[in-house]
Design a protein around this ligand. Structure first.
Ligand code: OVM
Length: 393
């Protein structure tokens, strides 16, 4: 018998404090049934990881949200990366691996570090500010569109767009409806930004379009792949940076450790991604009858993977709810793993590292000055407001 749980993982009460429900989901068994949405779910580290690695049994091509593309028409043109299986996925992922190659990322280290230093200097001059708009949003909104090759105008439009797409992986609830209403005015703009003519000749976008010039991809494919960058590249890192600042403010001893050794910046960012898991969930669809913990699930079932619960599973992590920047955390699943493991993680880690290194060198203390406000999203975990005061080093 697969245990059935009366939990709604897409409601405000859940988002306000998901941790007791995460524990109940993990403790109920390796796989659970959520009658509310007629879906199965896994929340233990071992089972989430195994599912991420078994793309043959757990398909992405029927959508990685609640909606099954075999039964419902996708609401947007499906992603050629996220919402595909091999062999199509190998082809598009191969191109994106080249676009985001180690050499390409290495070339960004200096400009990204300079932008981080300049931002932290400006924020120190303010003293008090809201770390969500002024830091967590401001930083990726500068460096990422620059790297893609976008013009400077209207970059903030990427935020409502990402918020809408990440909401769309859940049910058609009030959060989704509000996000769609918010993003409606920017949809045409985002689509236009994916075109070759809209992009500079030097960024990631130009590299993708060069593959269309050479004929290995169609122009339409290149545009959908640029759209993937614009969709997945901003809100994710915004919430990753937000998580890192929120952790460092709540664990001052960890911030002291980071100040004493700024080389811990990369580890401090990684630990924030584990603990807060900015991307909380994704779905798969069973491509055949599968067995989890001795229980069988039939073909064509939606299965929800709780990445955030896996990243705090006490079966895998000691003191799972502690922020510990010296922990061996490399195996967390906050960036997924396997063939769909985050292709942009190299970029996210660079952004996280240089921002936290700038804080480590320039700041003596981070103090939360008013109640943080949560941002509600069916997939992303983060804040809409985090008022802080920085004291200079
Ligand atoms: C895409 C896409 C969109 C949202 C998230 C994502 C986390 C990818 O369009 O490919 O990966």
């Amino acid at each position: 018998m697969i245990p059935a749980l009366d939990i709604d993982p897409f409601c405000q009460a859940f988002f306000d404090d998901p941790y007791p429900a995460h524990a109940a989901l993990r403790d109920a068994g390796p796989v659970v049934y959520l009658p509310r949405y007629d879906i199965h779910a896994v929340a233990r580290y071992e089972d989430v990881r195994a599912m991420l690695l078994d793309w043959n049994s757990y398909s992405s091509a029927r959508g990685v949200g609640l909606s099954d593309f075999a039964k419902e028409k996708p609401w947007r043109l499906p992603s050629l990366l996220l919402e595909t299986d091999p062999p199509l996925h190998d082809r598009t992922r191969g191109l994106m691996d080249k676009v985001l190659s180690p050499a390409a990322i290495r070339a960004l280290r200096e400009p990204f570090a300079r932008a981080a230093d300049a931002l932290i200097d400006r924020l120190l001059a303010c003293g008090s500010f809201d770390a969500v708009p002024d830091l967590a949003e401001a930083y990726p909104l500068t460096v990422f569109p620059d790297a893609v090759g976008m013009p400077a105008e209207n970059r903030r439009f990427l935020l409502p767009y990402g918020n809408m797409v990440f909401n769309s992986f859940g049910p058609r609830n009030a959060f989704f409806d509000a996000a769609v209403a918010d993003a409606e005015p920017v949809l045409a703009w985002v689509q236009a930004q994916s075109r070759k003519e809209a992009l500079s000749s030097t960024g990631f976008g130009a590299v993708i379009h060069a593959a269309a010039d050479e004929g290995t991809f169609t122009r339409a494919e290149a545009e959908v792949l640029v759209r993937s960058l614009l969709t997945a590249g901003v809100d994710t890192t915004v919430n990753g940076l937000c998580a890192a600042v929120y952790c460092l403010a709540r664990w001052p001893a960890s911030f002291e450790q980071l100040r004493a050794d700024p080389a811990l910046a990369r580890a401090a960012f990684e630990e924030a991604v584990r603990l807060e898991s900015p991307v909380q969930t994704f779905f798969r669809t069973t491509a055949r009858a599968v067995t989890i913990g001795g229980e069988t699930i039939q073909e064509g079932s939606k299965v929800l993977m709780f990445l955030g619960a896996a990243n705090r599973d006490p079966r895998r992590w000691e003191r799972p709810d502690d922020y510990d920047i010296t922990r061996r955390n490399a195996a967390h699943v906050g960036f997924g793993t396997g063939i769909h493991g985050c292709v942009g993680a190299v970029l996210a880690r660079l952004e996280g590292e240089v921002v936290l290194a700038a804080l480590a060198r320039k700041v003596a203390g981070i103090e939360i000055t008013a109640q943080p406000k949560r941002r509600y999203n069916n997939t992303l975990r983060g804040l809409s407001s985090l008022p802080v005061r920085l004291t200079p080093a």
